[in-house]
Write a protein that binds this ligand. Sequence first.
Ligand code: C2O
Length: 628
Amino acid sequence: MQFHWLATSMSSVKMGDSSSRQQGWGRISAMVLQTRRRLKWASYLCSTVLALQYLMQSAEAEPVLGTSLFRQCRPVALANNKTEDCCLPEPEREPIMFKFPEVKKMLVRRPAHELANDVEYVNKYNLAYKRMKELPRDDPRSFLRQWHVHCAFCVEAFLSRYLNGTPTPYSLQLHYSWTFLPWHRMMLYYHERILGSLINDPEFTLPFWNWDNQLDAGAAQMPQMFVPYNPPNPAIENFYLYEGAIRDQNHYPPRVMTLNFKPAEDKAGIIPTPEEIRDANLCMVWNMVVNKVSAEEYLGVKYNTSADLSAAGNANASAESGGSEILHNTAHEWVGNLNNPAFPDNEDMGVFTYSGRDPLFYSHHGNVDRLWDVWQTLPDGVTVDGTRTRKEFDDVDFLETEFTFFDENKDMVRMKVKDTLSNAKLGIMYQDMSEADSLWINHKPKASKPSFRASEQTQMSSTPDDYPEVVANANNTIGSTPVCFKLHRRAPTKADLKGTQVKHIGELSEGVVMEKVKIPEMMYVRFDVYVDFPSANLDSDMDQSDYVGTFTHLPSGVASMESVTSQIPVANENLYRELNVRFTTGLALRRLGIEDYSTDITVTIVPRFRDHDANRTITFSNLKQEFL
Ligand code: C2O
């Protein structure tokens, strides 16, 4: 249509003044001028059409609006019939719209391991938390309320978002979807500004816990400034950085965080060697960041506004965390004190409900946020074509999603996802860690052992046909021992491009999706997945090419659907959350020598449940190949 308009208007325009004797350059320049005018019109038209398209999309769009939600909030239920009222206080003034700060100078967030001995910094940071913790309960800037912000949005305290002025019956949850990274970026932005304002330092920045860093000493340990100094440093005061935080003290320095954490071994005092830890950590960060080339795979899928994401177990909910969130869960678990009988309520970072009550949480999220920046800059390196650019969603539902936060002036601010997509615009940058980053960016797993395909040429012990296929829409179970399934594969077609960010088949990312994994809300769940390695088990090495990723689920407090009507929160062990779980397989399969899409493979799921969950099972409805 646009082209038609252009074509007709061009032909009806007289090309220059025919009565004049204008020839040569004069005539050409007049033509150029007119062509320019026409192009200008064309570009106006194009932008109008685009704007109209955007508006039309907006009319149908259903972004999540966290506006005015503070009036639609209930206490969240915790285990053991306890509740916590995480609802935000009413703002004193009308909520304001977010405005980008005037950036005179970029604020640089620095790594916690480098700041540990910066006496001035740690003392200042400690003082900021002291003041924050001293603020009264009704002050939205108080530490308690800062914790509550996370608690409220992550444990579904808000009944719903508004839709055309009416609250929808589905509670608000910011994890398990594309809102995960943007929301936490907003949270850090305001948390940092509040801390800075409490010590009158507009240039204050949060430290980040650089746990992916396997290069610099101490980087992947729990940062020293968050634990009592050992040996004590009389010049440094850091009491408020650990006071009241419940953590696994066996994981204090010099222990290095193990993303490949095996609780049973840990309990038995078996500590992997530094090389094992390093390799597993690099491998897992590579898998969860570099290998996730699409927005869905890294940020998580579109927020499902027409289903209940809460633990009430709506059968149609399809939520899916991205690699960023799954990777970040492991650090939560490492810090937390899960299942320590001395702390039966798990009031620690291992449970979402309580996470914000530990100052280390904000530093941990600093690194999660930093990795998002790094992810944006990574070359493809994963798809067959290798030419895909990593970019966020351009869906209106994503960009217009809105949440509310309290700022340093106690104003409630409405901020949208589109405001979060560039740290630079927020005036924030991270210290360059590219040397350490390059270790996982360029990490290559070891060749797999034993090689399943290699044995095909010699005596084949088994083939994918020896394993059952998952029965769709049935309860396929995972218990405490590994299970192996045959997966039927096919080549991608043009139809697979629909709804993706790419136009070429060779830029699609091949993956395996477990659908509707039904997870008990209060259960810590972890499983590792291997392709073409049927005998993978608890002892299998993560750092080998047939490992395709890990899934982790952190427990949280529970708000059941009953409470939507009754307003009485019910903690219930039998509530579930349903998630789809995706593993990216394309490059792993090519590394295993499986170039052909028609080759069927095996998928082995290795559960790593906690001791006391040994008899539990979780179910999923399907296992299938999918392209993104
Ligand atoms: Cu909202 Cu690290 O969690």
